[in-house]
Design a protein around this ligand. Structure first.
Ligand code: SF4
Length: 327
């Protein structure tokens, strides 16, 4: 067998391994969820009565078919505090491939039912000064291992799980915004309300999807744990046409962008991986690969709405292009 074949086999094995690895923990975890899904919308009343204590202390009796209507792979707020066992999720963003296609942003907005102006993932254009080359930089929540947002939350609404994911339970959020001001990466947004129609009010709320969103609470990128429980990649990684976003498990040392599956440690060691603002000590679980040997001209990223271009006018390179009438 030549080297190419053995590399290909090893890649395929890794891909299977990742899938099986994710699925095995998912199956274990989905057990509780599936039991609760036995009662479907179409099911007739079983006649079996269950006694429940309401939040205001009253004892009520309900038919067994009327409880636990969480869709498959969607967990309750209490269950969402428990991470997926034995996982430590990590993301790697390859800046050399990003062309500001914005498919990641759009897919995330659709999945989380966000308005056009609400972004969990922001694409910035970075140019520190006029002597250096600018590059696109997608910026999600970094799911920090030392998250200041969790430390300052007075109600425990935002929390860090063992699998590395930082979530928000909007049923506990009082909208104080301490977390927004403490996040050094501006990863959080305040939900002032939805302009567009919010069409999914009937489904049960889960912090793992942040749907349905409550007005007056804080929201942010969640790494799509509902998809991870099904062994799938987050929406942004699935949607990117350039394979920019790798996602995987640090414990297994594997990440994939859906096309190629590689060793996480080799990828960041061989390509000079780094974390944004490392010196802050927040220990992000999102890594970047530098924008060297960029694969697509930067200008391709200007093929978007004018109001989006306007965001980048403070970048010297864009300012020059605008003044020359090139964009
Ligand atoms: Fe919290 Fe900001 Fe870190 Fe996300 S990036 S975990 S919101 S401090």
């Amino acid at each position: 067998m030549n080297n190419n074949n053995s590399e290909k086999d090893s890649t395929n094995n890794r891909r299977k391994f990742l899938k099986l690895g994710l699925m095995s923990s998912v199956t274990a975890l989905a057990g509780t969820t599936l039991i609760k899904n036995i009662a479907s919308e179409e099911e007739k009343p079983s006649g079996e009565k269950i006694r429940l204590l309401t939040p205001d202390g009253k004892m009520v009796e309900v038919d067994a078919t009327n409880i636990n209507k969480y869709p498959e792979a969607l967990v309750t707020p209490a269950e969402s505090r428990i991470g997926i066992p034995n996982r430590k999720f990590v993301m790697v963003i390859d800046l050399a491939k990003c062309k500001n296609a914005r498919k990641c942003v759009e897919s995330c907005q659709k999945a989380h039912q966000l308005d056009h102006n609400q972004e969990f993932l922001k694409i910035q254009l970075i140019q520190d000064n006029e002597n250096v080359a600018p590059h696109w930089m997608p910026k999600p929540c970094f799911h920090c291992d030392e998250p200041p947002c969790v430390t300052v939350c007075p109600t425990g609404a935002t929390f860090k799980r063992d699998d590395g994911i930082v979530l928000i339970d909007n049923q506990r959020c009082i909208g104080c915004k301490f977390c927004i001001t403490s996040c050094p990466y501006s990863a959080r947004i305040f939900n002032w309300g939805h302009k567009d129609k919010f069409d999914n009010k009937d489904i049960p709320y889960s912090p793992e999807t942040q749907v349905p969103a409550a007005e007056g609470t804080v929201m942010k990128c969640d790494f799509c744990p509902d998809l991870l429980r099904q062994g799938k990649l987050p929406h942004c990684a699935q949607a990117c046409p350039m394979g920019v976003i790798y996602f995987g498990d640090k414990n297994e040392d594997i990440v994939t962008n859906g096309e190629e599956t590689v060793s996480f440690s080799e990828l960041i060691n061989n390509r000079g991986g780094y974390r944004h603002l490392e010196h802050l000590g927040t220990k992000p679980n999102v890594y970047y690969l530098p924008a060297v040997n960029r694969q697509v001209p930067l200008e391709d990223g200007f093929n978007v709405d004018e109001d989006i271009i306007d965001r980048y006018l403070n970048v010297p390179y864009v300012k020059n292009l605008k003044e020359q009438g090139k964009i």
